[in-house]
Design a protein around this ligand. Structure first.
Ligand code: PLP
Ligand code: ZN
Length: 417
């Protein structure tokens, strides 16, 4: 049973059938999936959801498929960690890490959007799946397409992190590295989609793809004991995730699953690529494109497709946007690892770095609940930490040489016998 009604233009409201469409032919506004919420309200309750398997499909009535997912049945329901040590370090009472660094199968939140997009592409009769990616989407499209036997083309900026490239090639995808920025990759992909008619998950399938991000928000609400946080900090690339978390919270309120907690939503970007944050700070509705220059490559989109709408979410919710330098990104990656044992990628350093800034600025109240959105895994962006960590102490396998290390550390240990 599907509760998906159709597609609807976000600007003029014109309705469209549930096909591979993404822009309004009247006003060029983006299309969004609409649902029959009255009917969903009759069937979906906390206890119905709680009885289901721990994956993102426990909210299936709110996802845009006609039938069951054809790939990614195990995606989602990642840990929400009550981060006591981090909270102490930052001087805040109640802080949580939503940890998609361990999402299945490719260790980023992109598995959520891709399982929806590929499943929907198959329902619509596509045989070839493709994407324009800053890295994590490439990994996820390649893996999930392999798992359901689809042919795959992945387009990336040629200078991505080694592990992100390897973690795409390994699944047998055709990987095309473009000499240019993500924005140039994306432009080429629109042309390829037009000419070859493939399912580009984040272009012509985008309205369905983007809905997968809502599950990140549903899970937070459920894992907090059916409550919304007071503050949530979200990393932004194209700006889709932040708008979908907001949509998720509002759907849960509308369905009576949670109470409105006046959640404030904050967007995080790297200073070297902060077009959305710049607009928020300037109080402008206009997103001025930038040329990215940051170690947070997964967030390096200079002309964000959902920039306008994400700025609007921050404004409407009473949140804010902030950015951090590459140095601050690395510092926060280390802080998260050292306090909570969580190794996040550069994007996680952006999110935590921005969270710290917002706390220091007094925008986030130290006594209220805070969720930090960790969206990708640190093992994929190891280059960023090269030369930034302590060195391994290399010795011969001799006890006396180890004794020297202990001495050099200047610590006293009780000895046995
Ligand atoms: C893609 C990505 C994001 C942001 O996604 P948008 O929806 O495009 O804003 C955040 N974090 C990581 C690690 C990503 O790969
Ligand atoms: Zn329109």
């Amino acid at each position: 049973m599907s509760y998906m009604k159709g597609l609807k233009c976000r600007e003029c409201g014109k309705e469209y059938p549930k096909e591979a469409l993404h822009v309004c032919e009247l006003c060029f506004g983006p299309l969004e999936v609409s649902y029959e919420y009255d009917k969903i309200k009759e069937v979906l309750s906390r206890s119905v959801i709680e009885k289901r398997s721990p994956n993102m499909w426990r909210y299936k009535e709110l996802l845009p498929l006609e039938g069951d997912p054809s790939v990614g049945a195990q995606v989602g329901f990642t840990p929400l960690v009550r981060a006591k040590n981090l909270g102490e370090a930052l001087g805040v009472k109640e802080i949580y890490i939503k940890n998609d660094a361990v999402n299945f199968p490719t260790l980023s939140f992109k598995d959520r959007v891709v399982s929806v997009a590929i499943s929907r592409a198959r329902e619509l009769g596509f045989h070839i799946v493709a994407c324009a990616s800053t890295g994590n989407l490439a990994n996820s499209v390649a893996a999930n397409a392999a798992a359901c036997g689809m042919e795959t083309y992945v387009f990336i900026p040629y200078d991505l992190e080694k592990t992100k490239i390897m973690g795409t090639l390994v699944y047998g995808a055709s990987v095309v590295g473009i000499k240019g920025t993500y924005d140039e990759v994306n432009r080429l992909c629109s042309e390829v989609a037009g000419k070859y008619g493939w399912a580009f998950v984040n272009i012509n399938i985008r309205p369905y793809y983007a809905e997968g991000s809502k599950t990140f928000g549903y899970e937070i609400a459920e894992q907090l004991g059916w409550k919304l946080p007071r503050h949530i900090v979200v990393p932004m690339a194209g700006g889709s995730l932040i708008t979908k978390i907001w949509k998720a919270f509002n759907e849960f309120i509308k369905l009576g699953l949670v109470e409105n907690n006046n959640t404030k939503v904050y967007g995080a970007q790297a200073t070297g690529c902060a077009p959305i944050v710049n607009a928020v700070k300037e109080g402008s509705e206009l997103i001025r494109p930038v040329r990215p220059n940051t170690i947070a490559k997964s967030l390096a989109i200079g002309n964000p497709a959902d920039g306008y709408y994400s700025a609007k979410v921050m404004r409407e919710s009473g949140g804010w946007g902030e950015s951090v330098t590459d140095e601050e990104i690395i510092d926060s990656m280390k802080l998260l690892a050292e306090t909570e044992g969580i190794f996040a990628e550069t994007a996680g350093g952006v999110t935590l770095g921005v969270t710290r800034k917002l706390i220091e600025q007094g925008r986030i109240n130290r006594d209220e609940s805070i969720v930090v959105s960790i969206t990708g895994n640190g093992l994929k962006t190891q280059e960023a930490l090269e030369g930034k960590l302590n060195k391994v102490t290399v010795i011969n396998a001799r006890l006396s040489e180890f004794d020297d290390i202990v001495k050099a550390n200047g610590k006293e240990y009780a000895l046995k016998g």
